[in-house]
Design a protein around this ligand. Sequence first.
Ligand code: IPE
Ligand code: IPE
Ligand code: MG
Length: 260
Amino acid sequence: MSRPPIQRPELDGPFPEHIAIIMDGNGRWATERGMLRVQGHTAGVQSVREITTECARMGVSSLTLYAFSVENWRRPSTEVRYLMRLLRVFMRTERRTLLDNGVRLRCIGRLEDLPAPALKALRRTEELTAEGDGMLLRLALSYGSRTELADALAAATRDALAGRLDPDTIDEETLRRYLYDPETPDPDLIIRTAGELRVSNFLLWQMSYAELYVTDLCWPEFRREELLAAIRAYAGRRRKYGGLLPKEEDSGARAGRGSA
Ligand code: IPE
Ligand code: IPE
Ligand code: MG
């Protein structure tokens, strides 16, 4: 089946090729409505489905969703078990939609920590979607950025001791090669739902020059219109990477001439 045509929104500026989302606020969304926290996680699955499909249709190259952190293992075992079951069921129910939209799934994190049935369902979906020619969907699971950097350091040290890596040649690109998914370019836009102004150990290396967007809406409320609002906000940003914009350079040159 051929996938739906790409429909980019009309924007006044650049489009974010890689969007990463800290999907927060499921628990609050549920408790505010007199429901159990886990019901918030179930409601959040609808947002995952809608946002993934919308991003694929808009032609986003990569979407990274922070689904479960290394720190989230500290939660009550009933909640953790519920989340793991949800993950397994989601993999089975969503495979068809992922395939129809040409989405490729890739997981990042300490996947060996996941229960075997959940890991099996993830690996199967990765295999089945591997040939997708559309968006890359990355699920961060048992993910922690400090853990990722520690894992990278351990792997690089092993290579150095085995004579495969010369410490004198290590630069930023070398370190990148040891991260969980070195091929995927860094995120352009990081969205966090539910209002917290923190990054909670997510993609610390990769977000160095990402644009941040925080909304007070909880994840189960974050749908197409909210996604568009975030993308429009991104299009209005001026990314400078420590340098100057062309028009700033001009005025700097004029000022220089004036004082000479
Ligand atoms: C995000 O929602 C989902 C996960 C971290 C797994 P939360 O469960 O953190 O919701 P709040 O922040 O408690 O409202
Ligand atoms: C961040 O949310 C992790 C995920 C969205 C998976 P948390 O709810 O775990 O973050 P904190 O505890 O508020 O920093
Ligand atoms: Mg939270």
